[in-house]
Design a protein around this ligand. Structure first.
Ligand code: NAP
Length: 299
């Protein structure tokens, strides 16, 4: 199996290089090798590689900056994705793509199901939703895996920012009224690889296998918490490892204005993924403890 992995330098893309490696030949591209602002370059790359599977982990993920760089966010999160989907359709291969909890409006208390009404409240969410629609419109075989609050030991993320601030600052206020599920990049990559392995092992033709399985799935950690809960868990691990950490307090979304609005409730129901592929990610606190081991100098 020849796998074209796009966005290999991102949090999820980096982990996918490792997770997909046992399933075939992975041809990884980062921004230097394939810039998603160039649609012709995407077509040329796919034609040159002729992959059996495209996995797109690249995205414009700067949620606040997307408000002022709308054209760029739309190009990377939707227009380029349409080209990938058209190429997947042309080659009759599967496209795996990631989307976000931010397609939901965020007024609710019940974890969102895949078919619940979508109503993004920021431009990043708009552009990711446009990417989902572009894929669906082309009619290729696809998996859109919506995930949330991605973090890991590498990359630009809340965990590493909190670890830095915990050391630098005496006190820190973190938003306590946005609820979601922090999801480890490695678990997203591992779940993706398991889905691909199931398809590979099925010995079923692509058309038959994906006929009933193509679609949108929620892939996020179990459990829920606020950004404040997430920071609290990180600080606790650091303190247990003997570090002096900042004193943590709560703030509200209203008192911490940002250029992009954020949904207050963005937990996702992951039953469809569990029912279809028998995959369910652990509780976010358990995943976090696995990640924190990599920072434990005594481990
Ligand atoms: N991060 C989250 O909290 C979160 C939450 C929900 C869903 N998601 C979704 O999950 C997926 C993976 O996210 P992630 O956290 O791994 O993202 P990430 O760490 O921000 O990585 C995104 C990658 O896309 C690349 N990229 C951006 N613009 C590009 C362009 N013009 N051409 C080529 N590459 C470009 C970036 O390249 P550079 O390294 O060169 O910048 C980066 O490596 C995305 O679809 C994202 O929307 C993420």
């Amino acid at each position: 199996m020849k796998i074209l992995l796009i966005g290999a330098n991102g949090q999820v893309g980096y982990e996918l290089q490792r997770s997909l490696a046992c399933l075939g030949t992975v041809i990884s591209t980062d921004r230097k090798q394939l810039d998603l602002t160039n649609n012709d370059a995407i077509r040329a790359k796919v034609a040159a590689i002729a992959p059996d599977l495209i996995v797109n982990a690249a995205a414009y993920t700067a949620v606040d900056k997307a408000e002022s760089e709308q054209a760029l966010a739309m190009q990377v999160n939707a227009n380029s994705v349409r080209v990938m989907a058209e190429e997947a359709k042309r080659l009759n291969i599967l496209l795996i793509h990631y989307s976000t909890d931010y397609v939901f409006g965020g007024e609710g208390e019940k974890p969102w199901r895949e078919n619940d009404p979508i109503a993004p409240i920021n431009y990043y969410g708009e552009s990711k939703l446009a990417g989902e629609r572009a894929i669906e419109e082309t009619g290729c075989h696809y998996l859109i895996l919506r995930t949330s609050w991605v973090y890991g030991a590498r990359g630009n993320n809340f965990l590493l920012t909190m670890m830095r601030l915990a050391r630098e600052k005496p006190m820190l206020s973190v938003v306590a009224d946005q609820i979601g599920a922090p999801t480890w990049s490695r678990h997203i990559a591992d779940a993706t690889a398991q889905i691909v392995a199931q398809y590979k092992n099925s010995q079923t033709s692509l058309d038959v296998y994906w006929q009933s399985r193509s679609g949108v799935y929620h892939l996020a950690a179990s459990g829920q918490g606020s950004w404040h809960d997430f920071a609290g868990a990180i600080f606790q691990f650091m303190a247990e490892q003997g570090e002096d950490v900042a004193v943590l307090s709560k703030t509200t979304t209203a008192d911490y204005p940002t250029p992009a609005l954020r949904p207050l409730f963005s937990c996702m129901n992951t039953d469809k993924l569990a029912d279809t592929f028998a995959i369910r990610l652990p509780d976010w606190r358990d995943s976090l403890s696995l990640v924190m081991v990599s920072f434990d100098s005594k481990a």
